[in-house]
Design a protein around this ligand. Structure first.
Ligand SMILES: NC(=O)c1ccc[n+]([C@@H]2O[C@H](COP(=O)([O-])OP(=O)(O)OC[C@H]3O[C@@H](n4cnc5c(N)ncnc54)[C@H](O)[C@@H]3O)[C@@H](O)[C@H]2O)c1
Length: 147
């Protein structure tokens, strides 16, 4: 079974985070620059206190309207943090994501954030795994690969 560590080895361990005091526009600029849909939010001590996602922005903007961009992300972020241990499996990750209706999971190692994975990372890993299985079966049956 594929482990979360194997997914991180493929995609890297970077987990972009911001301080909870920055404003929404600054957070969106970072997300646009890094091509990511979510940021880990940390307090002044560097401890994780929430997540700020594209969806948080969309939902809360309806409330705050034209003042949304200048507001602090603390007013927009979700306070729930969903994580998974680095030694858990891809199946475990899919179960949490499905059960909690979320798209990202923080990866934890020795009580620290070791990275972040999204639904896309999981799908890409499964596609690679399936292609490798098909190739090895093809090699076994025909003694060669046809693509
Ligand atoms: N059409 C739509 O409605 C819609 C909605 C959501 C996402 N998308 C698109 O789907 C694609 C993938 O979306 P996704 O759900 O996988 O999420 P995502 O866009 O947040 O993830 C993209 C990649 O960035 C990484 N990433 C995300 N946040 C990170 C962070 N804080 N630090 C380090 N790495 C981080 C993820 O692990 C993943 O590898 C994107 O191209 C996105 O634009 C489309």
């Amino acid at each position: 079974m594929i482990t979360i560590k194997q997914i991180l080895d493929q995609k890297g361990r970077e987990c972009y985070s911001v301080n909870s005091s920055i404003n929404v526009l600054n957070a969106l600029e970072i997300m646009a620059e890094k091509h990511i849909g979510i940021l880990l939010v940390r307090n002044d001590l560097g401890n994780p206190v929430g997540m700020f996602s594209e969806r948080d922005f969309v939902r809360k903007s309806v409330t705050f309207k034209e003042t949304a961009l200048s507001r602090c992300i603390e007013e927009f972020m979700s306070h729930s943090l969903f994580g998974i241990g680095i030694d858990k499996t891809i199946q475990d990750a899919m179960e949490i994501i499905s059960e909690k209706h979320i798209r990202h999971l923080l990866v934890c190692e020795n009580k620290n954030v070791a990275g972040i994975i999204s639904i896309t990372d999981i799908i890409n890993t499964l596609i690679r795994e399936q292609n490798a299985t098909i190739k090895s079966l093809n090699d076994y049956i025909y003694g060669t690969t046809y693509w």
